[in-house]
Design a protein around this ligand. Structure first.
Ligand code: SF4
Ligand code: SF4
Length: 164
C-alpha cells in the first residue's frame, strides 16, 4: 500500500539505508533486464495513481527549466523569454534555472498544471522511474522516494522483483 503524503517523509527516512545499500549493489551488479522491469513497475504503479489527488512534486519541489523549456513555455504565455525568466525563475547553486518559489506558480487549485501541454521536460519525466539505465539515477531516486508516493512504491516493488 502507498504511504500517505503525511507518512511519506518518515517512511522514506526509515528505508533510506536499506535503499542506499540496494542501489549500491544495483550499480555494481546491474541486472540485464533492468530497463524492462522498471518500465513494467512504472506502468503498473501509475495505472493506479491519480496525480491530481497528490501533486506533491509540484507543491514541494520545482523542475529545472532548460533553454528549450523556457522558449516553449514563454511562447505559450506570450511572453519574451527574458521576461518569463525575470518573472518566474532564478539560478540555483548548480547554475540551472529553477522556480523562484514552491508550490509551483503554474499549479492551480485543483492540482492541475496550467501549462500542462508545454510543461518542462523534468515535469514530464518525473519521477524518472521509467528511465533507461535507471542505475545511473539512484541518488536522485533516493530523494524522490520522500516526495513521490508512487516512486516510493516502485522502489519497494523493485526490491522484491529484483532481489540483489
Ligand atoms: S509526487 Fe508522484 S504521485 Fe504525486 S503527483 Fe507527483 S508524480 Fe504523481
Ligand atoms: S510546471 Fe506544471 S507539472 Fe511542472 S511543477 Fe509546475 S504545476 Fe507541476
Amino acid at each position: 500500500m502507498k504511504p500517505t503524503l503525511n507518512d511519506l517523509p518518515k517512511e522514506a527516512k526509515d528505508k533510506h539505508i536499506e535503499n542506499k545499500k540496494y542501489f549500491d549493489k544495483l550499480k555494481k551488479k546491474t541486472p540485464k533486464n533492468l530497463d524492462y522491469v522498471m518500465q513494467d513497475l512504472h506502468d503498473a504503479e501509475f495505472k493506479k495513481t491519480n496525480c491530481l489527488k497528490c501533486a506533491n512534486c509540484c507543491k514541494t519541489t520545482g523542475p529545472l527549466f532548460t533553454s528549450a523549456d523556457i522558449e516553449r513555455v514563454s511562447k505559450y504565455l506570450r511572453q519574451k523569454p527574458q521576461h518569463f525568466i525575470d518573472q518566474y525563475l532564478r539560478i540555483d547553486e548548480d547554475q540551472d534555472y529553477v522556480l523562484q518559489s514552491v508550490p509551483c506558480t503554474f499549479l492551480d487549485q485543483d492540482n492541475a498544471c496550467m501549462i500542462y501541454d508545454v510543461r518542462p521536460k523534468a515535469c514530464r519525466e518525473f519521477p524518472h522511474t521509467d528511465r533507461k539505465k535507471f542505475q545511473q539515477i539512484t541518488d536522485l531516486t533516493l530523494k524522490n522516494v520522500s516526495i513521490c508516493p508512487a516512486a516510493f512504491n516502485i522502489v519497494e516493488e523493485m526490491k522484491k522483483r529484483l532481489p540483489l
